[in-house]
Design a protein around this ligand. Structure first.
Ligand code: KIV
Length: 264
């Protein structure tokens, strides 16, 4: 079992699609590891795992706790950890937090949300040996400020600004660029403009790879489904059915039957 490296991922550009998925614990990371090129400990953790309605609120230590668990399960995939809201407010603070994440979680890269203003930060991390993935387009960490989640880059000015963000952040040393929530034609332009790979979410099929939040993709979160999410499993209903069966069997003294008892 060979560990996926940044070189392997870069080599896939224009040749083979990159598969990325989130994970927040060892159990699911282990299940995804054989099929995913990249596993992301995303700050979607706050929503998928923490039940909140935004990504804001996680600490660096909480990200580290979950990333350490994921690392126990992800032995092959390239492991990426999100820098949470508030951990990237200056280049120096970002470096301190990224070093802590890098050392404690053995991750392969950190992901930073931001536009071209993050160039200096990415440069500093790169100079200090930390690989960075830049997250552009729709930036969930700005959702409270912007009053929700909105497809980014719909008009030409905004689209050009996103292309500029991508180019500036690549020049600053970003190893990959993740593009969220933009029209597919814009994601295609960004992908063509860059020499590093792009990963899309809600960005159409022309990026170099795709990422989905696992609980969305496998239907474990079924209260709301964004347009860009395809459900590969009816996870929530499967768990409900199994839980109901277990509860019924306990109530009706069908479980544990003799088969599950110690006799000595
Ligand atoms: O936090 C996350 O899971 C992410 C993905 C939506 C890309 O950043």
């Amino acid at each position: 079992m060979k560990k996926v490296t940044i070189g392997d991922l870069v080599a896939k550009k224009n040749r083979e699609k990159i598969v990325m998925i989130t994970a927040y614990d060892a159990l699911f990371a282990r299940l995804f590891d054989d099929y995913a090129d990249m596993i992301l400990v995303g700050d979607s953790l706050n929503m998928s795992f923490g039940g909140k309605n935004e990504t804001i609120g996680l600490s660096v230590d909480e990200m580290i706790y979950h990333a350490k668990a994921v690392q126990m399960g992800a032995k092959r995939a390239f492991l990426v950890v999100d820098m949470p809201f508030g951990s990237t407010i200056t280049p120096e603070i970002t470096l301190k937090n990224a070093v802590k994440i890098y050392k404690n979680t053995l991750c392969d890269a950190v992901k930073i949300e931001g536009s071209k203003e993050m160039a200096q930060t990415i440069k500093l991390l790169n100079q200090n040996g930390i690989a960075v993935i830049a997250h552009i387009g729709l930036k969930p960490q700005l959702s409270r400020k912007e009053g929700g989640y909105r497809v980014a880059g719909k008009d030409e000015n905004e689209a050009n600004a996103i292309i500029e963000d991508a180019l500036v952040l690549e020049a600053a040393g970003a190893k990959m660029v993740l593009i969220e929530g933009v029209p597919s034609h814009l994601a295609k332009r960004v992908t063509q403009a860059l020499s590093v790979p792009t990963i899309g979410i809600g960005a159409g099929s022309d990026t170099d790879g795709q990422v989905l939040v696992w609980s969305d993709a496998f239907g474990f979160y079924d209260e709301f489904k964004p347009k860009f999410v395809k459900r590969y499993l009816d996870g929530a209903n499967l768990i409900r059915e199994a839980m109901k069966k277990y509860a019924d069997e306990v109530k009706n003294i069908k479980f544990p039957s003799q088969e599950y008892e110690y006799t000595k």
